[in-house]
Design a protein around this ligand. Structure first.
Ligand code: ADP
Ligand code: ASP
Ligand code: MG
Length: 417
């Protein structure tokens, strides 16, 4: 029998009605002849609540205990869905990460999957036609025997890893939108669904802020060659014919996309903070004096801009860090003040990064220049820029994020077919 992984996110399992709806989607595929492994998220809002409680319990809590708390959300959904499926006459059993097991490294709260054992699932498919309902987001560190979690949005990664382990024909990611759009449809209602997107582009979209897929799930899909199809759980299960094409987005190899556009999508992230170090002596070793301590503190620096200070004799260095690392980055730089020898440190957290992504940029010049012009016409000031082969990003005031996204979306014709 062909095997299928079906993953349902938090909004898709938000209450009992929606869990029943999910069960009908699962039954449809079972009836169509698939051996199905379902991966579920916690019910909408549950993980946020668990995270908030952990912070309340102790702001600097032990990550092992954080995992013990936040992993519970998925366990509830898995059990409930298995019960509902059984009630519908579908043989089903729930599984937690440690039971399969899904083995991870020891990086509590953002663990990486090392190995998934799909043997027992396959045995039960073959012997009992039993559907596996697996709690997403969680794993087990073998050495310590402790539960780990995979980082926010990690159920996507659980699903892709399981699809690879059981050699599933496809990994369907059911969510609250019917695919991957040219940008977040909540910000630009004119955004269009993409029928296909290349792994590389999806990887950039996800890592630059589009939360529709967790970055690691796309990485894993690319490496393990998993066919990932993003689709909506809100389409009525009865309206879908499993044998014909449904609405959604296939994440696939670049070679499988016939008509490649120059720009495929726009992503944005408000999870950015800017630090500017003013009036640094312009001498060899300055960048090392600044970025060395940041690297030692495990702080990821993203955009970097260097320009001459107002006095003409020294230099200003601006860079961005994730907003969660902002305070740590400031303190790290202040501690290194003597070695860097700067005059002043300015910081801002009300900034956003807007990024334009497209494989076609490899062979087209001037794509970014068009954006700079369009943004200047909207009087949106660019604080920093980075570019790479298939994307560029601009740092702007957070207040202009939506406007910038819409401006660029229309500039590259993404609202038109
Ligand atoms: P789930 O709970 O199913 O995992 P998420 O909330 O993690 O769902 O991801 C789905 C959301 O991602 C959508 O509701 C949408 O607002 C957002 N999103 C951001 N960028 C995009 C995009 N380019 N295409 C589709 N959805 C996007
Ligand atoms: N429940 C987890 C979260 O909210 C994992 C997931 O939904 O993918 O981040
Ligand atoms: Mg998600």
């Amino acid at each position: 029998m062909p095997r299928l992984v079906m993953k349902f996110g938090g909004t898709s399992v938000a209450d009992m009605d929606r869990i029943r709806n999910v069960a009908r989607h699962v039954k449809r595929e079972v009836d169509a002849g698939y051996d199905v492994a379902v991966v579920v998220s916690a019910m909408a809002g549950v993980t946020n609540q668990l995270v908030a409680w952990s912070k309340e319990a102790a702001p600097l809590h032990d990550a092992r205990e954080y995992d013990a708390v936040v992993a519970t959300g998925e366990q509830v959904t898995a059990g409930l869905l298995a019960m509902v499926l059984e009630g519908m006459g579908v043989n089903a059993r729930s599984w937690q990460g440690w039971q399969l097991p899904i083995l991870t490294d020891n990086a509590h709260s953002s663990a990486r999957i090392l190995d998934v054992n799909g043997a027992e699932l396959i045995k039960r498919f073959d012997e009992h036609k039993q559907v596996a309902v697996i709690a997403g987001f969680q794993g087990l560190h073998k050495g310590t025997g402790r539960v780990t979690t995979l980082g926010r949005g990690g159920s996507d990664t659980s699903a892709v890893a399981i699809a690879a382990a059981i050699k599933a024909e496809r990994c369907d990611i059911y969510t609250d939108v019917d695919g991957v759009y040219t940008t977040d449809p909540r910000v630009e209602p004119k955004a269009r669904r993409l029928d296909k997107i290349a792994f590389e582009e999806m990887l950039e979209l996800a890592s630059l802020g589009a939360k529709v897929m967790q970055v690691r799930s796309v990485e894993l899909g690319m490496v393990q060659n998993v066919r990932i199809f993003v689709r909506s759980s809100f389409v009525k299960p009865e309206d879908i014919n499993p044998r014909s094409n449904s609405a959604g987005t296939l994440i696939c190899d670049e070679a499988d996309i016939v008509e490649q556009q120059v720009v495929t999508g726009i992503a944005f992230s408000k999870d950015e903070a800017q630090i500017s170090i003013r009036r640094v002596p312009d001498r060899p070793g300055v960048a090392a004096a600044i970025f060395g301590p940041l690297a030692d503190a495990n702080i990821n620096v993203d955009m970097i801009v260097q320009n001459t200070s107002a006095d003409g004799a020294t230099t200003d260095l601006t860079f961005t860090v994730p907003s969660s690392d902002y305070e740590r980055a400031r303190i790290t730089i202040e501690r290194a003040k003597a070695a860097i020898n700067y005059e002043r440190l300015d910081g801002a957290t009300d900034v956003a990064k807007v990024s334009v992504i497209g494989i076609g940029m490899r062979s087209h010049a001037g794509v970014a220049a068009q954006a700079f012009k369009a943004l200047s016409q909207q009087k949106i000031n660019i604080r920093a820029i980075t570019t790479s082969e298939i994307k560029f990003s601009v740092l702007i005031d957070a207040a202009h994020t939506d406007e910038a996204v819409r401006t660029l979306h229309s500039l590259y014709g993404l609202d038109k077919n």
